[in-house]
Ligand binder design. Sequence first.
Ligand SMILES: CC(C)(COP(=O)(O)OP(=O)(O)OC[C@H]1O[C@@H](n2cnc3c(N)ncnc32)[C@H](O)[C@@H]1OP(=O)(O)O)[C@@H](O)C(=O)NCCC(=O)NCCS
Length: 150
Amino acid sequence: MRIRKPKITDINAIHQLIKPFAEARRMLALPLGNLTERLRDFLLLEVDGELIGAVAVHIVWEDLVEIRSLAVRPERQKQGYGSALIDAALTEAREIGATKVFTLTFVPEFFQKHGFAVIDRHELPHKVWQDCTHCPLFPDCGETALTRSV
Ligand SMILES: CC(C)(COP(=O)(O)OP(=O)(O)OC[C@H]1O[C@@H](n2cnc3c(N)ncnc32)[C@H](O)[C@@H]1OP(=O)(O)O)[C@@H](O)C(=O)NCCC(=O)NCCS
């Protein structure tokens, strides 16, 4: 297992990884254009050179970062890869100087097992909502907000 930063040539594979989950409304869609702009936020997990999972660490505000777009291939789930990606994302957040991370997710229980606590979504800074207003599911996406310190 290896976790690495992406290359431009990974864009399509990341898109294919996320697309089925977005279509099933298990996570928010990430159009190719947005993915390209956000490529440097990503960490990729591969096994024997095959892309198994991904997560993005996005700087939002001063010391605050968002963990987003966490996904592990369905046939590779429940083998610890999602947890490895969360750990890597938290390490990266710490390394770039964040003191707090948050996420908006449809699987709050998974994040709670990794030290996150549920908060009221409205406690998040306004900048977060700028992204949300572009989302087709706004304002009732049903995602839960969670934070933890790093
Ligand atoms: C959420 C998600 C990323 C978790 O990925 P994962 O690789 O399955 O995560 P892990 O394997 O680390 O942990 C999942 C479960 O497997 C268990 N597990 C981990 N390693 C295991 C192993 N070797 N054997 C058996 N179970 C194991 C964990 O304890 C955990 O248990 P839980 O079901 O009680 O929570 C994955 O389900 C996914 O991609 N979901 C769709 C997209 C999504 O919901 N993304 C979240 C952002 S909105």
